[in-house]
Design a protein around this ligand. Structure first.
Ligand code: PGA
Length: 250
């Protein structure tokens, strides 16, 4: 595969100033050999983005946010816009993580506006999609994914500033991972949908897998057809787990 795997850490509501040492450790591990195969992305809380961008400035490690406002500027108390993130030199923003969909009632129309705002500010959006356990048990997985993609990717989305993360909700933070054949089925389906939408321009969109990725399962999962990277929560907070994940790609 020509495109690099994207190994992305989603820190969620974790991370303080002392965690600057995490980035320094990661920088020590980063090498040209590693960079040939993978791209490393860390998405800390907003409070650490500025510092992390400064520390990784001369490296190939990318820094991103976990969400942003759909608005650019104005009376929206508590919000952070994509242009503010771009101002800090963040280069990615996760959009539509299931925890945003669940706890903040974010729906596809809003997520579409957020993706557009991220792209307008020259950052890449990582749009998350995924089914609940109920959906899976009722064999609705592909239908749910199709609707999420259709709803969030309307209105002239730019495929060159887009990656997708497939994260089955029931696999997030639970230690459960779908059968590899199920991961392959969903990734093939998502890739086919992207091809229908964007033709050959979809070739550079990576479809990441997320949900209980750890040092033991990362390599076999990354070897599945149409898996273009990993979105990692819990394991991305532990420097030893991250090191052991990354070392497998050297
Ligand atoms: P997890 O989280 O790796 O802890 O399962 C993944 C995610 O929520 O992005």
């Amino acid at each position: 595969m020509s495109k690099k795997l994207l190994i992305a850490g989603n820190w969620k509501l974790n991370g303080k100033k002392k965690d600057i040492s995490f980035i320094n450790n990661l920088l020590k591990l980063n090498s040209r050999k590693l960079n040939k195969k993978i791209e490393i992305l860390i998405c800390p809380p907003y409070t650490l983005i500025d510092k992390f961008c400064e520390l990784t400035n001369r490296s190939s490690i990318s820094i991103g946010a976990q969400d942003c406002s759909e608005n650019d500027i104005g009376a929206f108390t508590g919000e952070i816009s994509a242009s503010m993130l771009n101002d800090l030199k963040a280069s990615y923003c996760i959009i539509g993580h299931s925890e945003r969909r669940m706890y903040h009632n974010e729906g596809n129309d809003l997520l579409n506006k957020k993706v557009l705002s991220v792209q307008k500010n020259n950052m890449k959006a990582i749009l998350c999609v995924g089914e609940s356990l109920k959906d899976r048990k009722q064999s609705k997985t592909l239908r749910v994914l199709g609707n999420q993609l259709k709803g969030a990717l309307k209105n002239n989305i730019n495929p060159s500033l887009l990656d997708i993360a497939y994260e089955p909700i029931w696999a997030i933070g639970t230690g459960l991972v779908p059968n590899f054949s199920d991961i392959e089925e969903t990734h093939n389906y998502i890739s086919k949908k992207l091809k229908n939408l964007y033709g050959t321009k979809s070739n550079n969109i990576r479809v990441l897998y997320g949900g209980s990725v750890n040092p033991k399962n990362v390599f076999p999962i990354m070897s599945i057809n149409n898996v273009g990277g990993a979105l990692i929560g819990g394991a991305s907070l532990k420097i030893n787990d991250m090191k052991s994940i990354l070392k497998q790609f050297i």
